[in-house]
Design a protein around this ligand. Structure first.
Ligand code: CP
Length: 351
């Protein structure tokens, strides 16, 4: 059931977008009618893949994130007394800290594992046994692991929700949520089912989808919004850019996708440029060469936004930081609010 804004929310909403930065969460909040129904299905749910979300869930999660961001005085503390187990067996700056920031802002407590050698795993304990123990200690697990199968191993014994915070080259579904929330704040009309042809955007994705978890998850989410994009251009030096699962999934979607290896020819036409730094190959990674570097003097379209899940390498010059193209810092900031929205729904659906 679609409900209009509650009178309480309308009264406490600022007239103008008073939040810091270049994003417009208030415009997005006003664009989307509240409908909690799709979010109820997320209660006690584990998130492994971006493919688990429906279009309506994404729209309502973005609305809830925009509410947390634009009207923080309305945010309650629904996770008081709840404990997050934050298990990062691979380095992270943004994902761990934004998850923990989100949980703190919602009133909960946190236990953090940042080094697996401090747990029984160093003595050969199985992940499924660790999972059995975690059931007793917390209310939700966030896991980052280099091995893409570890999360499935833990799922066998977990009775509390687990969220995939990056499993090898496979997926990073909550990064994709932060990405799409950022795009919708930039152009709120893109959440609509019907988007006028002049409002559709052309998005470039620089990277190798089969080796990059952020891009894999992002493409799955974008495929829920085919009418928002005139074209997705994947820019990559490789010929086989998709694995068979991705290829089949994307072929069954209505996204208009093209692959090219020449970046600068595409840049003047792109409204959103999404660049990633590294492609995982086994246990190591490759860095793109000079042909895939974005700089202030790159032929970017005026008004185009540049996104990057970070951490950046040489592919994204710091001389873009002070330009209007820089939406990668806004993207990192968005992660806190979209994770607040998701965590509230997974643990406690009385938001
Ligand atoms: N975006 C992202 O996954 O960054 P971290 O590796 O710092 O978590």
């Amino acid at each position: 059931m679609v409900k209009p804004l509650s009178p309480l929310l309308r009264e406490s909403m600022p007239e103008k977008d008073v939040t810091e930065g270049i994003e417009h969460p208030l415009a997005l909040l006003k664009m989307v009618l509240e409908d909690p129904t799709p979010l109820l299905d997320l209660a006690n749910f584990s998130i492994v893949s971006a493919r688990q979300f429906t279009r309506d869930q994404i729209v309502q999660l973005c609305r809830l994130a925009a509410k947390h961001e634009a009207v923080p005085q309305q945010s309650r503390r629904p996770l008081v007394g709840k404990i997050l187990i934050s298990a990062f067996y691979e380095p992270s700056t943004r994902t761990r800290l934004s998850f923990e920031s989100a949980w703190h802002r919602l009133g909960g407590d946190i236990m953090s594992i940042t080094d697996p050698t401090t747990t029984g795993i160093a003595k050969g304990e199985s992940l499924s046994d660790v999972a059995e123990m975690l059931n007793n200690y917390g209310d939700l697990v966030v896991l980052r692991e280099t091995n893409k199968d570890s999360i499935y191993e833990m799922l066998k014994n977990l009775r509390i929700p687990i969220v995939n915070a990056g499993n090898g080259i496979d997926e990073h579904p909550t990064q994709a949520l932060a990405d799409i929330y950022t795009i919708f704040k930039w152009r709120p009309q893109l959440v609509n089912r019907e988007v006028e042809s002049g409002d559709k955007i052309k998005m470039g994705i620089i990277g190798v989808p089969k080796n990059m978890r952020t891009i894999r998850s992002l493409l799955y989410l974008l495929s829920l919004f085919p009418s928002s994009f005139s074209e997705i251009v994947v820019i990559c030096h490789e010929k086989d850019v998709f694995d068979s699962t991705q290829e089949e999934y994307l072929q069954n979607s209505s996204l208009n996708i093209r692959v090219t290896d020449v970046m600068n020819k595409e840049l003047p036409e792109l409204d959103v440029v999404y660049i990633n730094s590294i492609a995982w190959i086994g246990d190591s990674y490759e860095i793109f060469g000079e042909d895939y570097q974005l700089r202030k003097d790159s032929p970017l379209k005026p008004g185009a936004i540049v996104m990057h899940p970070l951490a950046r390498g040489e592919e994204l010059s710091t001389d873009l930081d002070d330009t209007n193209h820089n939406w990668y810092f806004a993207q990192a900031r968005s992660a806190v609010f979209i994770r607040m929205a998701l965590l509230t729904c997974l643990v406690q659906h009385n938001w």
